[in-house]
Design a protein around this ligand. Structure first.
Ligand SMILES: [Zn+2]
Length: 103
């Protein structure tokens, strides 16, 4: 699949600065579960679980380097409530993946 970001005029912008704030928390929760042997660590299960979990959470994008004094990115990723929401989303997503694994 061709990367749309290679197309003019989009190729002059750095879209890697635009990140989904939930990714960090979801990936952390998945890594913890794999380390505790609580989930299958194959590529299919991990990516399916991440995608399902991220789809279930509200969309929250951030532009890196763009500092907002009222809501810095650390405040979001260190928020205990957000960490718990991400963990719950991953657990729920993995339960669905387990019912119909692609591996
Ligand atoms: Zn698997």
């Amino acid at each position: 699949m061709e990367n749309i970001l290679d197309r003019e005029p989009l190729n002059k912008y750095d879209f890697t600065k635009m990140v989904n704030m939930w990714e960090n928390l979801v990936f952390t929760a998945v890594a913890d579960m794999i380390e505790r042997n609580e989930m299958c660590s194959c590529q299919d299960c991990v990516l399916d679980t991440c995608a399902l979990a991220l789809n279930s959470l509200p969309t929250r994008y951030w532009i890196l380097g763009c500092y907002d004094a009222f809501c810095p990115p650390e405040k979001f990723t260190e928020d205990v409530m957000n960490i718990r929401l991400a963990e719950e989303a991953v657990l729920k997503a993995y339960r669905l993946v387990q019912q119909n694994p692609h591996h």
